[in-house]
Design a binder for this molecule. Sequence first.
Ligand code: NAD
Ligand code: UDP
Ligand code: UDP
Length: 318
Amino acid sequence: MQSNMRILVTGGAGFIGSHLVDRLMENEKNEVVVADNYFTGSKDNLKKWIGHPRFELIRHDVTEPLLVEVDQIYHLACPASPIFYKHNPVKTIKTNVIGTLNMLGLAKRVGARILLTSTSEVYGDPLEHPQTESYWGNVNPIGVRSCYDEGKRVAETLMFDYHRQHGIEIRIARIFNTYGPRMNIDDGRVVSNFIAQALRDEPLTVQAPGTQTRSFCFVSDMVDGLIRLMEGDSTGPINIGNPGEFTMLELAETVKELVNPDVEIKTVDNTPDDPRQRKPDISKAKELLGWEPKIKLRDGLPLMEEDFRLRLGVNKKK
Ligand code: NAD
Ligand code: UDP
Ligand code: UDP
């Protein structure tokens, strides 16, 4: 029989974190503690659990030490969207480095297993395609994205050093682009931008050249992968993402077709260091976790559209 678990989710008020909390709370043996400073997350995402006897929400910044007693730590706290992580790059790198150090110190003190949500950005602008976990990446150490990419790379290093030096049980997920309900509407990420633009009858802004590719994973698949990784036997790093690869122009065409066929698509300037292509090799996740994504982009986009319609107050056209 499975015993009771106290689980800490840092960044649990955010997009992926709140879906993870929903899934963890479904198991009556779990008690969930969320620590979040609400920089990019919101209490709203957790409102159905506030006041629940097995749930606790703490306003806490992970760059400060945290004293709680838990069995597992899902460490997600970190802004994920370029406009937010570039807003205060020093804070972003502190969150990745000092925040992860603190969570590892906590894991060491209480003997908890800890999972880090790293990112496909550790591969930078990859010279290998698709990306396998053994690829070391092509990252600019001094660019405007470095606070995030290099921050996550150091976070991975810290995880392995604590594992080797102190015997901490670690799990590292390298998450590829994820989308779904509760994404921040104005966070500048491509799927949220296109859906919000389509609903507002504004042109879809494809950043030049538009031939760059990404692979998009629906959030329920992501949460399933993270939990399997935590519960499984391998430390990782393991890629978790959907290998379906699309150019940004293809994505715009798909959103146009599904959400608003009258909307215009325009090309706008891009930002520096934008990776040209990205697609996970998920052989390891399949083999070691028995995991692969189930939801296709065309099936996931309408679920996100529904949530954005409610939040933006835009009804479906008859
Ligand atoms: P999000 O911005 O919605 O969630 C991050 C949460 O962390 C927010 O609730 C925010 O308030 C909190 N946070 C930020 N800094 C903090 C700090 N110093 N102390 C405490 N809380 C803090 O982002 P998300 O998309 O849910 O991403 C969750 C994790 O997954 C992040 O670690 C991110 O790097 C990783 N990831 C996400 C994606 C993606 O496509 N969404 C891709 C790769 C990796
Ligand atoms: N830490 C924490 N909670 C704990 C234990 C440690 O936040 O329950 C922090 C602690 O403040 C320190 C970091 O984790 O900054 C690393 O802790 P560790 O014990 O590994 O290193 P040390 O304290 O010896 O530097
Ligand atoms: N992008 C776009 N239009 C937008 C926002 C982003 O074409 O309105 C492009 C961006 O240039 C990048 C891709 O979409 O090539 C993914 O960007 P996002 O910020 O969502 O994620 P990341 O770059 O972190 O993978």
